[in-house]
Each structure stands twice: as C-alpha cells, then as structure tokens.
Design a protein around this ligand. Structure first.
Ligand SMILES: N[C@@H](CCC(=O)N[C@@H](CSC=O)C(=O)NCC(=O)O)C(=O)O
Length: 284
C-alpha cells in the first residue's frame, strides 16, 4: 500500500488542501502533489467521493494550478476531491534539459522508451497507477468515480490518458490542449526524445489519432475551452485537428472558443467552474 507524507495543509472553502509527497514505483522518485478534500468528503468517509485529477502544462509544478486556477470553491460546493500532481519526476539524478519543453517540468505524461529518459520518465504509469493508488489509499476518494482534466501539455495528457485508460476515468475535459503532439513542435521534440524516431510509437500519445480511431467512445462528451488570443493556438495547439478527428469518429466534442482569452491561468480561472460542474455531473 502506498503511504504519503503530509508536507503541509491549509484550510480553505470548507475543505483542506494537502501538500503531499509519495514514492512512485514507476518513476522511482518521490513525487509531489496537492489534494483538496472538501469537508463533506471527510465527514462521509463511509461514502467515498469523486476525485478529479488535474494535469498541468509545461514548466509547471503542482503549485501553478493550486495557487492560480481558483478551483476549490466550486469543488467544495459540488463535493469533489481535486488532485494535482507534478508534471515530471525531479531530482539531481533525474535527466534534464535546459529547454522548457523537455525534461523536468515537461514529462508529457508518456512512458519514455529511450535513454536517458526511460529511467524515471514514466509519467503515464505514474498518473494512471501509482498516483491513483496513493490517493485512494489515503483519502476518501472513490474508485470508479474519477475524472481527468488538464491544460496544454496537461490537456494532451488528460485526453490521451482518458482514452488509453477509459476503464479508469468517467469524464475528461481540457483547456487549450496540444491536440496532436505529432503535429506540434513541442510534441515532436518531446516524443522523439522520450519515444524515439519511429513515429508509429507516438500514435498512442496523440489525442487526435486516438479520437479519430473512436477511442473516445466511453465518454458521452468531451469539453474543451480554447482562447482565441492564445499565442500557441496556431503553432502548437491546433484545436481544429481534434474537431476533425471527432467528426470522423462521430464523437461528441464540445469546443468553446473564447474571444480575447490567452493561454494563461487567467483564462483557466475564468472557466474552471464550468469544467468542475461538467465533471461533477458525470461523477455523481
Ligand atoms: N515559456 C514556454 C511556455 C510556458 C507556458 O506558457 N507554460 C504554460 C503551459 S504551456 C503548455 O504546456 C503554463 O501553464 N505556465 C505556468 C503558469 O503558471 O502560467 C514556451 O514558450 O515554450
């Protein structure tokens, strides 16, 4: 059973925000995360509550979402636990790169196949196995009532992990996701380093490929918010590729383009309540 170290805790919005660290067999490093638990879930530990997993973007730790997204008032109101893990393994012995789109802070939620990355960069297995085990062993989180969402690199992670592990998650949404890492400079750089140059190995980490193959069918709808003044929209995110793939597969995908909004957490905090409500409806 996974134990967690409780680093600190803070009371907010009729709940507790825990900063935790726990060992991961996948990354073979300690991993950090935050967990918000509304009082209603603590009080009803006989009836475990839904948990929503947030995956952050490039350069982030768990703290960006925790401090900037403004998610916890709504989570408390709707009785949802929210878990925000780090974006990569970290440490002096963990491979790194000076660029912001590779290495520590840029794990891309894949299981790396290539050295030097494969020793610790096993983020798919970390998020879908070790993190879930640690949370469900130590918090009143219900197995079978999990949702996943994320931003940018984390939006790509949420979509691909949900579709590749549809038995684990009941709901999925994303803010400004990288729609097709195979057609984005960020994705091409990270996937070639983590997985190698055989692009066929990249397909299982490409949300548009998975959606086009009908792998989103477990989800009645997938919600995407995308800012129209996002500087990465045309070069990296390419939301239209997700829309084309969904149309091909007959998958319901709700994409909301937001005029004037950029790629930042100001955009995320503007629509986070909608995403939490979208998940709560499907997890209750
Ligand atoms: N400087 C980087 C991009 C940095 C950036 O915008 N990071 C985003 C996620 S981008 C996609 O994954 C982010 O969430 N930053 C943290 C924050 O608190 O705003 C570059 O230009 O490559």
């Amino acid at each position: 059973m996974y134990s967690v170290d409780f680093v600190s805790q803070h009371r907010l919005y009729d709940g507790i925000l825990y900063f935790i660290r726990h060992d991961s067999a996948a990354t073979t490093t300690p991993m950090s995360a935050t967990v918000f638990v509304p009082d209603v879930a603590e009080q009803r530990s006989d009836a475990p509550f839904p948990a929503l997993y947030w995956l952050s973007g490039l350069t982030c730790t768990a703290n960006n979402f925790t401090e900037k997204a403004g998610a916890y008032r709504k989570a408390s109101e709707l009785g949802l636990i929210i878990v925000a893990p780090d974006t990569s393994p970290r440490g002096e012995l963990v491979a790194n790169d000076p660029a912001s789109d590779l290495g520590q802070g840029a794990g891309f939620y894949v299981d790396a196949l290539q050295s030097p990355w494969k020793a610790h960069y096993q983020m798919e297995t970390y998020v879908t196995r070790d993190l879930i085990e640690a949370i469900e062993a130590n918090f009143p989180a219900a197995p079978g009532k999990r949702g996943i969402f994320g931003h940018s690199m984390g939006g790509h992670g949420a979509l691909t992990l949900a579709m590749n592990h549809a038995h684990l998650y009941r709901s999925v949404s994303a803010f400004a996701p990288i729609s097709s890492p195979m057609h984005a400079p960020w994705g091409e750089k990270s996937l070639s380093n983590y997985l190698g140059h055989d692009r066929s190995a990249w397909e299982r980490y490409d949300a548009s490929v998975l959606l086009g193959k009908g792998m989103g069918k477990a989800f009645d709808d997938i919600l995407i918010d995308q800012g129209l003044q996002d500087p990465f929209l045309e070069s990296q995110l390419k939301t239209e590729l997700l829309e084309q793939a969904a149309a091909t597969a007959g998958q319901k995908l709700t994409v909301r383009y937001r005029d004037g909004y950029d790629h930042s957490y100001y955009f995320i905090q503007s629509f986070i309540d909608d995403h939490i409500a979208f998940h709560a409806q499907r997890l209750k």
